[in-house]
Design a binder for this molecule. Structure first.
Ligand code: NDP
Length: 468
C-alpha cells in the first residue's frame, strides 16, 4: 500500500481527501464529495421511501430493526476489523469489538421499546390524545471517534419512529461507515437509509437542505453552532451532542486503588477521544501523591500499539488534526511550567501515537485544563476545599458529563447535585446505557438520546382533541 507522511496528509491545498490507517499511515482510499445534485436526489428518494416505511405497521418496523441487530452481530468481527483499520482503536480491550457490541445493543433497545399514544387529558367535555408521528427525513452527521456506534445512535431511533435517514460520516472514517451501512441495508427496504460522503461542506449542504426535518449531530461546539445556523433555514429539529470537558472530583480519603481501572478508562477510553471522557481530575491535596502513584503504576502496564495486534489495548489518536491539537496543548503546558508526572511508552510506529500522559501543577486558566484535549493527556488539579473543587469543575462552557468519586455515596450524591452537567456519574465515568437518557448542559448541546426520551426526540408530538 502507498504511504504518506504526517506532513503531506490532507492539507487544505490537497483537494483529494485520503482516509488513512492512523497506526500505519497507509492509505485506505480517497473520499469522494457527494455533489449537491446527488444530495438532492438522495433526499428525494428518502422522502418517497419514508412514506412507505412510516405506513408499515409498527410491529413490522420493530421486526426489521431486530433483524438489523442480528446482521450487525453476525458481521461484528468483520466490521470491528474495519474500525481498527480506519479509526485506530484496538480490536481488544474497550476497543473495536466493544464498539460493535454497543452497536448491537443500541439497535436492540430502540427496536424493542414502544412509544404508544397517551391520553393527556380527559373529562366529560373532551378527550386529548398525544401521538408521536415521524418527522420525515433525518440528516445524521457522525464524528470519527466512535464512528459506527454514534451512527447507530442516530440511525436506529430515527428509523424506529418511521423516519428515513441520510447520514454523512466524518471524512476520516468514511470507509468503515460505508461497510456498516452496506450490512444494514441488506435488511432494510431501499431508500430509508442512505449515505453521502465528503468534507464538512457536504454536511453543510445536507443540514441546510429544505427537505430535512431533523438533524442529529455529534461533533465539536464550533460545528454544532454552524448546524444551528443551518437549521434557521429549514426549521429542522435538532439533537446536538457537542462534546465536553468533563470534570471528575475525587472526594477526600477515597480508596483510589480499588477503583483505578474505572478512573483510568474513564479518562483514556478510545485514547481520550470520547465526548464523555474524564478530561480534568480534581483531587484533595492530601491525596494527590497517592493518586499519581497508583494511576502511574496502572498506566505503565497498559500496552499501546497498532490495534490490529491482539495484545494491544491503546492505539493511536485518529488523525493529524487531533494529533497536532493535543501536541499543541502539551507544548503549552511545558512552556507554562506544568509537571509531567507520567509519560507512557510510545510504540516505534509511524502513526499518530501519543503516550498516556499525566500532567500536574496546572489549574483552571491553563489551556490544558480549560480546553477539551480529546486525547490521552490528563491534567490533575489539587484542591483544598470541596467548594473550590466544585466551583472549578463548573467553571466551563461545557456541561456534558461529570463524576464524583467517594466511598460515601450519600456525600457523593450531594456533590453530584451541585455539578453542572447532563449526567453525573458516581465512581465511574462515561458509563452510558441504551435505556438511560443522555445529553448535555450548557454548550455541550441540547436534546436527549437513548431510551424513550431518545425516541421522542425523533418524532413530532401531535395532539388529536375530541369534543364529547
Ligand atoms: P467537527 O465538529 O468538525 O466534525 C463532526 C462532523 O461534522 C463530521 O462529520 C464533519 O465532517 C461534520 N461537519 C463539519 N463541518 C460541517 C458543517 N458546516 N455542517 C455540517 N457538518 C459538518 O469535528 P472535528 O472532526 O473537526 O473535531 C474537532 C474537535 O471536535 C475535536 O478535537 C473534539 O474536541 C471535538 N469532537 C467531539 C466529538 C464528540 O464526540 N462530541 C467527536 C469529534 C470531535 P468532516 O469530518 O468530514 O469535516
Amino acid at each position: 500500500m502507498e504511504k504518506t507522511s504526517l506532513e503531506k496528509e490532507n492539507s487544505p491545498s490537497n483537494t483529494d481527501f485520503l482516509s488513512l490507517n492512523p497506526s500505519t499511515l497507509e492509505v485506505i482510499g480517497k473520499v469522494e464529495n457527494t455533489s449537491p445534485e446527488e444530495i438532492d436526489a438522495v433526499i428525494e428518494k428518502a422522502k418517497k421511501a419514508q412514506k412507505l416505511w412510516a405506513a408499515k405497521p409498527d410491529s413490522e418496523r420493530k421486526e426489521v430493526l431486530l433483524q438489523v441487530a442480528e446482521a450487525l452481530q453476525s458481521n461484528s468481527k468483520y466490521l470491528a476489523e474495519w474500525i481498527t483499520k480506519e479509526q485506530g482503536k484496538p480490536l481488544n480491550g474497550p476497543g473495536a469489538n466493544f464498539e460493535m457490541q454497543a452497536c448491537v445493543g443500541w439497535t436492540q433497545v430502540p427496536a424493542s421499546l414502544d412509544l404508544p399514544e397517551e391520553i393527556v387529558f380527559e373529562d366529560e367535555t373532551r378527550k386529548d390524545i398525544l401521538y408521536r408521528t415521524p418527522i420525515g427525513v433525518v440528516a445524521a452527521i457522525a464524528p470519527w471517534n466512535w464512528p459506527l456506534m454514534i451512527a447507530i445512535w442516530q440511525i436506529i431511533p430515527s428509523l424506529r419512529m418511521g423516519n428515513a435517514v441520510v447520514i454523512k460520516p466524518s471524512e476520516y472514517t468514511t470507509y468503515c461507515s460505508l461497510e456498516m451501512i452496506k450490512v444494514i441495508n441488506r435488511v432494510l427496504p431501499e431508500g430509508i437509509l442512505q449515505v453521502v460522503t465528503g468534507r464538512g461542506e457536504v454536511g453543510s449542504y445536507l443540514t441546510g437542505h429544505p427537505e430535512i426535518g431533523k438533524i442529529m449531530f455529534t461533533g465539536s461546539i464550533a460545528t454544532g453552532k454552524k448546524v444551528i445556523e443551518a437549521s434557521a433555514g429549514n426549521m429542522a429539529r435538532l439533537t446536538l451532542e457537542c462534546g465536553g470537558n468533563d470534570a471528575g472530583i475525587i472526594l477526600p480519603g477515597f480508596d483510589v486503588a480499588k477503583h483505578i481501572e474505572n478512573i483510568f478508562w474513564g479518562a483514556f477510553l478510545n485514547m481520550g477521544q470520547t465526548c464523555a471522557c474524564l478530561k480534568r481530575l480534581y483531587v484533595h491535596e492530601d491525596d494527590y501523591e497517592k493518586l499519581i502513584e497508583v494511576l502511574s503504576d496502572y498506566s505503565a502496564n497498559i500496552p499501546m500499539g497498532n490495534g490490529a495486534d491482539e495484545n494491544v489495548v491503546l492505539g493511536p489518536v485518529q488523525n493529524k488534526m487531533q494529533y497536532d491539537k493535543i501536541q499543541d496543548l502539551i507544548h503549552d503546558a511545558e512552556n507554562t511550567g506544568a509537571d509531567f508526572l507520567f509519560k507512557g511508552q510510545k510504540p516505534d510506529l509511524e502513526g499518530y501515537f501519543i503516550p498516556v500522559t499525566l500532567i500536574g501543577n496546572v489549574d483552571n486558566g491553563d489551556r490544558i485544563v480549560d480546553e477539551e484535549q480529546f486525547g490521552p493527556v490528563l491534567p490533575i488539579i489539587k484542591y483544598k476545599t470541596l467548594e473550590e473543587a466544585i466551583s472549578k469543575a463548573n467553571d466551563s462552557e461545557n456541561g456534558l458529563g461529570a463524576s464524583v468519586w467517594s466511598d460515601d455515596v450519600d456525600q457523593a450524591q450531594k456533590v453530584a447535585a451541585q455539578m453542572e452537567a447532563g449526567t453525573v456519574w458516581i465512581n465511574q465515568h462515561g458509563a452510558i446505557h441504551p435505556f438511560v437518557p443522555f445529553g448535555g448542559a450548557k454548550q455541550s448541546g441540547y436534546g436527549l438520546e437513548f431510551g424513550i426520551e431518545g425516541l421522542k426526540a425523533v418524532t413530532i408530538p401531535k395532539v388529536i382533541s375530541i369534543k364529547k
